[in-house]
Ligand binder design. Structure first.
Ligand SMILES: [Zn+2]
Length: 383
């Protein structure tokens, strides 16, 4: 797996993405492909514009109409992070009636639990918490760590997507409101994560080759075929609500702190102990990928911070002292029940791409064809 772009070191003249992204390209002015892609994205989707707000208002009306007579009209994921907490506040302000879903994979920080409890109480919304079978999930996480694939979050993301879809069907809900957004999350090199979060085939193959051999009995999963069923037969729609509004992270943190009593974790995605440790220690140590670089670049492109601030932030280590780092290393080893040797093996194994394992690529292609067919059929049907 390629970890760096060949040739001399280069950093974008507009954002802070650099040649630690093996696929980065620069134009003649030294501006990277991520900045150019962001410009295109924002042109198609102008968050906070009159047109976007109008579209959002229509969507809200539709969600309310479709949810009439039902206990809930939408589902939201709630990790306790900035984006999902803001989505909870927004849907409440819009008068929607959400069912919130939270994944307890055993790695929640105490502060995350406190934040979630506050949100639920203040907004008076129902929460469904999936508590994953720890022994099974530990096995799966160890399989990912021994396989040395990039995206250990993929298994948590998959479980929450699967559960949200299942709950939507059970409660006859037609909308999943997501906190994914262009303003803070659209820049992320493809080699730094595995983008096909619904690819259970990939999870299964990695587990088969590196797991303990026990069968995954309770892990929430969604197959390609089920996805097709949810999307086309149940018409389950996912809406990225934050893309319609002018999303400024600093203002949002202030707002959720004031209105929901939300407390900061220090950095993006640090509500989970393993996400923090993986992103701040394991991933940079093994690959040189520092996800903060992508996140800060995103904030530069959406005009939320200056390049100077971002460059300065990157010089500050996430772990402020060796004591902090050692505490997390010891917690990680204890929680996963691994020895010093096993930990060293995890750290020193060369990273591998998810594509070296089986994927659902063929099914995804079929899915695309099926989607096109549906569009053609609908067009002819409504003629
Ligand atoms: Zn750039």
């Amino acid at each position: 797996m390629k970890l760096k772009k060949d040739g001399p070191y280069q950093i974008c003249t507009h954002c802070v993405m650099d040649t630690s992204d093996p696929d980065i390209e620069f134009n003649k002015d030294g501006v990277c492909n991520h900045c150019l892609k962001f410009e295109e994205l924002i042109k198609q989707h102008i968050p906070g514009s009159e047109e976007s707000l109008k579209k959002l208002s229509k969507l809200i009306e539709r969600i309310k109409k479709d949810g009439k007579g039902k206990e809930y009209d939408c589902i939201i994921g709630l990790s306790g992070g900035v984006d999902s907490s803001y989505v909870a506040l927004l849907v409440n302000k819009f008068g929607l009636r959400p069912l919130a879903v939270h994944l307890d994979n055993g790695w929640n920080s105490e502060l995350a639990v406190e934040n979630i409890e506050n949100i639920i109480k203040k907004l008076n919304i129902d929460l469904y918490t999936i508590v994953i079978d720890w022994e099974e999930f530990r096995d799966l996480q160890l399989a990912y760590l021994y396989a040395s694939v990039i995206d250990i979050e993929a298994i948590s993301d998959h479980a929450i997507i699967a559960t949200m879809h299942k709950l939507a069907k059970k409660n006859k809900i037609k909308y999943i409101i997501s906190g994914t957004n262009i303003a803070t999350e659209s820049i992320l090199p493809e080699s730094w994560y595995y983008k096909h979060k619904t690819d259970y085939r990939n999870i299964k193959d990695i587990y088969k080759k590196h797991g303990s051999g026990r069968k995954l009995k309770t892990y929430p999963r969604i197959t390609w075929f089920k996805m097709l069923y949810y999307n086309y037969f149940l018409n389950l729609t996912t809406i990225s609500i934050l893309n319609y509004i002018d999303y400024k992270k600093e203002n949002v943190i202030k707002l959720i702190s004031e209105e929901l009593g939300w407390k900061s974790y220090g950095d993006k995605h640090h509500e989970s102990i393993i996400t923090k440790f993986y992103q701040a220690y394991i991933l940079p140590k093994k690959t040189g990928f520092d996800k903060r670089r992508a996140h800060l670049s995103n904030l530069i492109c959406s005009k939320q911070i200056s390049r100077e601030i971002a460059l300065n932030e990157l010089t500050i280590p996430v772990y402020k002292s060796d004591l902090d780092l050692n505490n997390d290393i010891n917690y990680f080893k204890k929680k996963l029940e691994i020895s010093n040797n096993e930990f060293d093996k995890i750290i020193n194994t060369q990273p591998k791409s998810h594509y070296e394992y089986k994927t659902n690529r063929v099914f995804r292609l079929w899915n695309q064809r099926f989607k096109q067919l549906i569009i053609i059929l609908k067009r002819n049907f409504y003629k």
